[in-house]
Design a protein around this ligand. Structure first.
Ligand code: FES
Ligand SMILES: [Fe+2]
Length: 455
């Protein structure tokens, strides 16, 4: 599956950008044609971090001894050996398939296939057909991405979580305040908006996008509600749309404990006639981005930081009917993980494996001089490989499987009971909930795989 890993504008041709995503150290840079390159960030020589390196012609230069690596990952210069030295083939960095689309950089995390056989990036119409001006920023938090996604997929937490900061007044006034009272009744109305009415979840044909529409408002005055449509696309996108605003979040997994939140705010349609200049409208989006980063997100984080278990999955929640979107996400993710594991086990059985050692002294060698990284399946690699991992290592751990993300013990503490919901709904809208969460054991194997990969 394609994962968004960075904002396009954050990767320039001036210097490399080192990041950690899906449990791996990666480095992003642009070649002389402006195309993005994504490579493993550990120099095969002595493990320096290429994120601290420099650009040199059409190559990245290691900050330690100046070895150069071209876009194919091949080492093209070892200065200490001179320009004419024969360079061992194993001096290479893994290269990952990468694309640039929708203002983001996407990395393919899955089974190895030729570029032409890679699928399209999953993007719903809300992203593909969106020509509004926007700004995008990102930050990270020590939260697993499943918990982040669960949080943004619903809106009935807002009344309880986003209420005490003085800047929350902006939301109170503009979203919930009435014109008659100049918005000053906003907080009062906001605190009364505790109910979700008319909720409904639809699934796109490909089964990878869910669209959740509902009204958020007062229990006794359902007509005083705000209509929301929240769209989720795998692996990690949540788009929120109301009459007043539209935002998109991508929750890019850094590892089992951290998430990069890539956040986009679109221009406010109401401001278009007033703010003629695109720059001004973008500046409003920028302001909203910072409000999210410094006001709303810390409020969400305060809750998520103490949530247990830290990773969501089958059997860990007790959903209520209005959590249908959450339940669909958890259930489908568990299925994707299971399918990926099955595929990987099939591949592992057939693979011809070696232990990956290159000699007693870990000298650079000519082994596999193709310049392409070693992409053997994870489980086998970790079982058979000696502890001293050498060059040519590329994808260890979990991401050799197709979908479902490299991080995620989907049910680290599975409590053994399966579907955690279906508890009475009172309005006959339990559809989707009773069947929403898979049994814990369906995803437990993933945790075991992770444990094996780490041992
Ligand atoms: S560690 Fe990179 S060149 Fe030596
Ligand atoms: Fe929130």
């Amino acid at each position: 599956m394609w994962y968004p890993v960075a904002i396009s504008g954050d990767v320039t041709d001036k210097k490399p950008k080192g990041i950690r995503r899906l449990g791996e150290e990666l480095v992003l840079w642009r070649d002389l044609d402006g195309n993005v390159v994504c490579q493993g960030a550990r120099c095969p020589h002595k493990g320096a971090w290429l994120g601290d390196g420099r650009m040199k012609g059409n190559a990245i230069e290691c900050p330690y001894h100046g070895f150069l690596f071209n876009p194919e990952g091949k080492c093209t210069l070892t200065p200490a050996m001179g320009r004419d030295a024969r360079i061992p083939g194993s001096l290479k960095v893994p290269v990952y398939p990468v694309r640039e689309k929708h203002g983001l950089i996407w990395v393919w995390w899955g089974d190895d296939r030729p570029e032409s056989e890679l699928p399209e990036i999953i993007a719903p119409r809300e992203i593909k057909e969106n020509d509004r001006v926007y700004d995008t920023i990102s930050w990270n938090k020590p939260v697993h991405y499943t918990r982040y996604i669960e949080s943004v997929q619903e809106f009935y937490h807002v009344t309880y979580v986003h209420r005490d900061h003085w800047l929350n007044w902006l939301d109170f006034m503009f979203l919930y305040g009435t014109k008659k009272k100049f918005g000053l009744d906003g907080k009062e109305n906001y605190l009364k908006a505790t109910m979700i009415h008319n909720h409904h979840v639809e699934t796109d044909d490909d089964g990878m996008t869910f669209r959740y529409s509902f009204d958020h408002g007062e229990e006794d005055n359902p007509e005083r509600s705000i209509h929301y449509v929240i769209t989720f696309s795998f692996p990690c996108m949540v788009h929120v749309e109301t009459e007043a605003f539209a935002t998109t979040s991508w929750f890019s997994p850094i590892d089992d404990d951290h998430t990069e939140h890539i956040f986009r705010v679109y221009e406010f349609p109401q401001l278009k006639p007033i703010l003629r200049h695109e720059k001004l409208r973008r500046a409003m989006s920028t302001l909203q981005c910072y409000l999210e980063k410094y006001v709303q997100d810390p409020q969400d984080y305060k809750i998520m930081a103490r949530q247990e278990p830290r990773i969501s999955g089958g059997g860990v929640n007790k959903f209520i009917p209005v959590d249908e979107m959450n339940a669909k996400f958890i259930k489908t993710r568990a299925r994707l993980l299971r399918e990926a594991r099955e595929r990987r086990e099939g591949v592992v059985g057939a693979a011809e494996l070696s232990d990956g050692m290159v000699g007693d002294l870990d000298m650079a060698t000519d082994e596999a001089g193709s310049g392409q990284p070693d992409q053997r399946p994870a489980a086998a690699e970790t079982k058979r490989r000696a502890p001293a991992r050498s060059n040519g290592r590329s994808r260890n751990g979990s991401h050799a499987n197709g979908n479902g993300s490299a991080n995620g013990n989907a049910n680290a503490n599975g409590n053994g009971h399966g579907s955690a919901n279906g508890n009475g709904n009172g309005n006959g809208r339990a559809k989707g909930n009773g069947e929403a969460v898979p049994a814990a054991e369906e995803v437990e194997g993933w945790s075991e795989d992770r444990a094996a990969a780490r041992s």
